[in-house]
Design a binder for this molecule. Structure first.
Ligand SMILES: *Cc1c(COP(=O)(O)O)cnc(C)c1O
Length: 423
């Protein structure tokens, strides 16, 4: 039965049979018992499916991954300890030393640093591109060793909307997959696979969890990218793995090849697992995700309109606003709404912005975004303070940019708070 997303949020993943717990059990166990040495041995050869050690797989985590997989419309998925781990694995699974990939320069600061600094030390090169460039210009950045293209559905913190069709076309005509971080939109508002993306990542720490209780991440594979067709680019998936008795992932696992490889190699060796307890909290968050996204979007639009009408406010970026530079892309890719995050600047620049933030009472200053409570942050003095002015400009973060994450309180109370602080 193909149900709607609200129903999937409740019923996908854990499907109890007669007499089993109604709610997802927390399998708080590092290990799992087997009756014979041989039965366990087959698991290590990836010949049989089953659980043996939570660093590789855990039933609670798998149920939650399966739910997110269903929400995105994917073929296979895995949870990770954080969004950072998800984005690292997503690239490293197909791009090793000597490889190159292309990423939008507007992505989240943490990912920008991971790709541009840390992965560079591993011999992997990332070219950051202005995502507004026309296709012909972007095509020039591809090299023979390019392995992937990476973007964010709605960028954190500049709330720019990614043009899926443009990038999917480019990636596929160069024989590489499109990987999209769908954290801000969530599958409730956007399903990147429907627009040509091949792999989706999430920081589940944001709207999916929704209450700011657990850091986590997820990778979902659509199963649509044909690795074998570009076998020479992706030997890790299309040639035998010596660490698993020479199995070839694409041959053995088909649409599950990419996620199986990421689990069997990267999770085995790096171990960035989500704890089953956190997966349980994440599952609770997912149950109410559609309700919350609707409210976040409605509140954010009301707040964006209010800010726009205030003379102390220099500018407001929110793709839901009719006059916004990304409104047309938002309408195309996210007709039901975008997210609760918006960016704005206050006249008087950096100092005025800081003075304003310190006056707020309902909204709090926290290094977080996208949960139930309205919060805000000044990237130039917080998340992005490691970046040089040049890098700030490149990622489109103005020095006066305030990132406001509108929560699910009553919109009038949020607006009243902003009003008194502006005054
Ligand atoms: C927060 C965030 C991340 C990093 O996720 P963590 O769970 O904090 O590691 C990655 N991408 C986006 C878009 C984010 O907002």
């Amino acid at each position: 039965m193909s149900s709607k997303i609200e129903t999937k949020c409740i019923h996908e993943g854990w499907k109890p049979s007669q007499g089993e717990p109604r709610q997802l059990p927390i399998y708080q166990s590092t290990t799992f018992k087997y009756d014979s040495s041989d039965a366990m041995g087959r698991l290590f050869d990836l010949e049989a499916e089953g659980y043996f050690y939570t660093r590789l797989q855990n039933p609670t985590n798998d149920a939650v991954a399966a739910k997110i997989c269903a929400l995105e419309g994917g073929a296979a998925a895995m949870l990770t300890s954080s969004g950072q781990a998800a984005n690292f694995y997503a690239i490293f699974n197909i791009c090793e030393a000597g490889g190159h990939f292309i990423a939008s320069s507007s992505i989240y600061g943490g990912t920008y640093n991971l790709f541009g600094v840390t992965m560079k030390k591993m011999g992997i090169e990332c070219t950051f591109v202005d995502q507004e460039l026309p296709e012909e210009e972007l095509a020039k950045y591809f090299r023979p060793n390019t392995k992937a293209v990476f973007g964010e559905t709605i960028t954190n913190p500049t709330v720019s909307v990614f043009d899926f069709e443009k990038f999917a076309g480019l990636a596929h005509s160069h024989g590489v997959p499109l990987i999209v971080d769908n954290t801000f939109a969530t599958p409730v508002n956007c399903r990147p696979f429907e627009w040509g993306a091949d792999i989706v990542t999430h920081s589940t720490s944001k709207y999916m969890d929704g209450h700011g209780v657990g850091v986590g991440g997820c990778i979902v594979d659509s199963g649509n990218f044909d690795w074998s067709e570009h076998a020479e680019k992706f030997p890790g998936l299309t040639t035998p793995d010596a660490s698993y008795h020479g199995i070839t992932y694409t041959e053995r696992f088909g649409k599950g090849a990419y996620i199986t490889k990421a689990t069997a190699q990267l999770m085995r060796d790096f171990g960035s697992i989500q704890s089953p307890q956190n997966a349980f909290y994440l599952n609770l968050g997912l149950e109410t995700l559609p309700l919350r996204m609707e409210r976040h979007c409605r509140n954010a639009l009301a707040v964006a309109r209010f800010l726009q009408s205030q003379e102390q406010v220099a500018w407001v970026h929110y793709p839901g606003l009719e006059g916004d530079r990304y409104h047309h892309l938002a309408v195309k890719y996210m007709p039901d709404g975008t997210c609760g995050v918006l960016a704005f600047g206050i006249k008087g620049g950096r100092e005025a912005s800081i003075a304003f933030m310190d006056k707020l009472k309902v909204a709090s200053i926290v290094t977080h975004v996208a949960d139930a409570k309205t919060c805000l942050l000044h990237p130039a003095s917080h998340t992005h303070r490691q970046l040089t002015d040049e890098q700030l400009a490149e990622s489109g973060v103005a020095p006066d940019l305030i990132r406001l994450s509108v929560g699910i309180e009553n919109a009038e109370d949020i607006i009243e708070d902003l009003r008194q602080a502006l005054q």
